[in-house]
Design a binder for this molecule. Structure first.
Ligand code: SF4
Length: 288
C-alpha cells in the first residue's frame, strides 16, 4: 500500500541565489547526491510511495540528473513525480523533451517578477528571467496529456507592491498553465538571513489581498499556500491548502478556542519566531 508523498532532495546547490529561499545552509550540504546514492534511495522507495516531490537546491543541475530520470522512467514508471525547479534548464528544448518522457510528471516553477529587473532582484542572477520564461514556453510546447505545469509566486516584502502584476504576466503569457499558486514566504534558510529585505507580515499584506479577486478567474486552478484562515477574508478560504509538514506548524495558544482550527493550515514556526502571534485571532462563531 503506497504511503503518500515524500520529498526527495536531488542536489544541494542552486544556480539562482534567491533572497527568499527557505533552504537551510548547513546540514543538507553534507549529503551525497551522486547517481548510485540517489538510485539506491529510489530503489528503497519502490512500491512504498504514491508520489515523489523532487527538490534541491536546483535538482536539474545535478550532473547525474538525466541518468537518475532514466532510472525513474524505466524502473518506477508509475511513480508520480513533482519536480520543483527554477525552470532555467528547460530553456534547452532537448532537456525539456527528455523530462516530458516521464509519464506522471508535474513541473513546479517559481516566478519572482514580471520582467528581468523584478525577477532578478530576487534571484540575483542575470539572465535567469529569460531562461525561466523560455523554459515555461518549452514546457507548454512539449508537455503531454496527463503532465501538469504549476507556476508559483512567493509573496515577500520585495514584490508586495507588484505581486498581482506578476500574476497578470502569467495570465497573459502562460494561459496553458494548469495551476497557479500564491505562497506566503516561509521564514527560514536564506529568507531568515535576508529578513530585513524579504520579511513581510500578514497585516502588512492585508486581509483583502488587494487586486487578487479579479485575476483568479483567469486561471484554470488557483491555490493559496501558507495562509492561516484568520489573516485573509473568507472569500479566499476556498483556495487555501495545507502543505507545510506538521513539525513546521504552530497553532498559537489562542487557536484552541477557534472553531475553524481543524480547517486551518496553522502558522509556520519561522513566522511566529520572528513576528509573534498577535495577528492570529480565534473565530468564536461562524463567519457569514
Ligand atoms: S486563530 Fe488559529 S486556528 Fe483560527 S484561523 Fe487563526 S491561525 Fe487558524
Amino acid at each position: 500500500m503506497p504511503i503518500g508523498n515524500i520529498d526527495f532532495c536531488f542536489w544541494n546547490e542552486c544556480n539562482n541565489h534567491c533572497l527568499m529561499c527557505s533552504n537551510p545552509n548547513d546540514s543538507w550540504r553534507q549529503a551525497t547526491y551522486d547517481y548510485n546514492n540517489l538510485v539506491s534511495r529510489l530503489k528503497d522507495l519502490k512500491g512504498k510511495v504514491g508520489s515523489i516531490t523532487v527538490t534541491g537546491g536546483e535538482p536539474t543541475i545535478n550532473p547525474d540528473f538525466a541518468r537518475v530520470f532514466d532510472f525513474i522512467k524505466n524502473k518506477l514508471p508509475e511513480a508520480r513525480v513533482s519536480l520543483l525547479t527554477n525552470g532555467r534548464r528547460f530553456y534547452y528544448a532537448d532537456f525539456t523533451k527528455k523530462c516530458c518522457q516521464l509519464k506522471h510528471l508535474s513541473l513546479v516553477i517559481t516566478l519572482h517578477g514580471y520582467n528581468e529587473q523584478t525577477h532578478e532582484r530576487v534571484t540575483l542572477v542575470k539572465g535567469s528571467f529569460n531562461q525561466t520564461c523560455r523554459g515555461l514556453d518549452n514546457i507548454l510546447k512539449y508537455k503531454r496529456p496527463g503532465q501538469a505545469l504549476e507556476i508559483r509566486v512567493v509573496i515577500t516584502k520585495i514584490n508586495l507592491s507588484f505581486y498581482t502584476k506578476i500574476l497578470s504576466f502569467i495570465k497573459e503569457n502562460y494561459p496553458g498553465a494548469d495551476r497557479i499558486v500564491l505562497l506566503f514566504l516561509e521564514i527560514e534558510g536564506a529568507a531568515q538571513e535576508n529578513i530585513s529585505k524579504v520579511g513581510l507580515t500578514y497585516s502588512k499584506l492585508g486581509k483583502s489581498l488587494p487586486g487578487l479577486s479579479s485575476i483568479i478567474p483567469a486561471f484554470r486552478e488557483f491555490r493559496l499556500y501558507h495562509f492561516p484562515l484568520c489573516v485573509i477574508n473568507k472569500s479566499f478560504w476556498k483556495y487555501v491548502w495545507a502543505t507545510l509538514p506538521e513539525q513546521e506548524i504552530i497553532f498559537p495558544s489562542g487557536c484552541k478556542k477557534c472553531i475553524y482550527k481543524t480547517s486551518c493550515p496553522g502558522v509556520h514556526k519561522g513566522y511566529i519566531e520572528n513576528y509573534g502571534d498577535r495577528e492570529f485571532r480565534a473565530f468564536l462563531k461562524r463567519v457569514g
